[in-house]
Design a binder for this molecule. Structure first.
Ligand code: PLP
Length: 383
């Protein structure tokens, strides 16, 4: 059996809605499926205003516009994240200030944020790793005290909750990703989430290449013109049609992911005694079961686990390469950081295959990964 790291989800009416959208001959942005996706996110997640984008990366770029990020402004971000979380702001000339992460959730360590704040701090950008929201109450409290916006990178946390509230609704701005590797996918896609009305109108202009076309669509103007910065952030309605079919089956898909998550917990929990760490869901969180990770004691153990698993046709994968020590991160001053937890996690984490697996695939994957992890940990001999 071959078990890839991830497979894009297909669940319900994707084909029907795609065909319907295709045949409607409206393939541009802002069409009926896009509006339905907006409505869905606003209603289900309680988001003030949600806008589909062509990627999570684009949604982050929109948020960098919305906070008026300028050269030399600083933003606080975990180094343990995807390049886009930093790139969106760094490409405006903003300077990344890296914060270390917690070893239990691998999210930004909220106790280390405040001492990184300076007069130049323009944003705090936590991510919700593996679908587990960061400690948002503390982060929001610090941000409020210093009057700094928080932008939640909820790329992986669609349908997760923190203290009863959905990700995307945990601070004033946020983003989702609907990339093919995510739990709900339109191939390439994302959304900007806004919970402060001051952003709503401007986001429409940014979305449509810096024009006020939205006012024409609403019948408020005859002609549209160039009024702001922006880009072509809006996706084709075909992509929204694909995603909407999955939105309709959101909870059912999550239930299937829970099955795999529970199986991983059951099989790996006993290995904690042997020094293995595994994904932890805090009591404050209802997870969307986006991903599952194991944290080994060393890079050697982790690499042995990856190699052995691959030899059995199963493809776990490494996590993020720390941004502060990446080539671009170093160019932007990353060398001056000492982030011990980030460095350890980057070198010793393995993410496990995670997609809508059949019962047979779950059984095969768990049995084999238990063995390869046990060999890597040195508690079982290689046969
Ligand atoms: C934390 C995080 N932020 C942002 C992104 C970027 O999302 P997209 O691929 O939709 O641009 C990703 C994608 O993997 C991610 O994991």
């Amino acid at each position: 059996m071959k078990i890839p790291f991830v497979k894009a989800p297909i669940i319900g009416n994707e084909e029907e809605y795609l065909l319907k959208s295709f045949r409607s001959a409206y393939h541009g942005g802002g069409g009926p499926y896009t509006r339905m996706c907006h409505e869905f996110m606003q209603t289900k997640f309680g988001i003030g205003k949600a806008m589909m984008t062509t990627s999570g990366t684009d949604a982050l770029e929109m948020s960098a516009f919305l906070i008026n990020g300028k050269p030399e402004d600083e933003f606080i971000v975990p180094s343990y994240t995807f390049s886009s979380t930093a790139n969106a702001f760094a490409s405006k000339g903003m300077v990344p200030v890296y914060c270390d992460i917690r070893e239990d959730t691998l999210n930004i360590d909220e106790t280390k944020i405040e001492k990184l704040i300076t007069k130049k701090t323009k944003a705090i950008v936590p991510i919700h790793y593996a679908g587990i929201p960061a400690e948002m109450d503390t982060i929001n409290k610090i941000a409020k005290k210093h009057n700094i916006p928080v932008i939640e990178d909820a790329a992986q946390a669609v349908n997760s909750k923190y203290k009863g509230r959905y990700a995307g609704n945990l601070c004033e701005l946020g983003i989702f990703s609907f990339h093919a590797t995510k739990s709900y996918s339109s191939g390439e896609g994302g959304a900007l989430t806004m919970n402060d009305e001051k952003y709503f109108d401007r986001a429409e202009f940014l979305w449509e290449k810096g024009t006020d076309r939205s006012l024409v669509v609403q019948g408020l103007k005859n002609k549209y013109s160039w009024v702001d910065y922006g880009s072509s952030f809006l996706p084709s309605d075909l992509l929204s049609a694909l995603l909407y079919a999955q939105f309709e089956n959101l909870d059912q898909m999550q239930e299937r992911r829970k099955k795999l998550h529970d199986a991983y917990v059951k099989i790996f929990e006993p290995l904690r005694e042997c020094g293995l760490k595994l994904l932890h869901v805090p009591d404050t969180v209802e997870t969307n079961y986006h991903a599952f990770w194991l944290l080994f004691e060393s890079e050697q153990q982790r690499d042995k686990f990856l190699k052995l698993s691959l030899s059995r046709g199963i493809s776990p994968y490494i996590g993020y390469m720390a941004l502060h020590s990446s080539p671009m991160g170093k160019k932007l001053g990353g060398d001056r950081y000492n982030l011990p937890v980030t460095d350890y996690v980057s070198s010793s984490i393995a993410r496990l295959p995670f997609y809508l697996m059949s019962d047979e695939e779950i059984e095969y994957t768990c049995a084999n990964l238990y063995e390869t992890a046990s060999i890597a940990l040195g508690i079982k001999e290689l046969e």
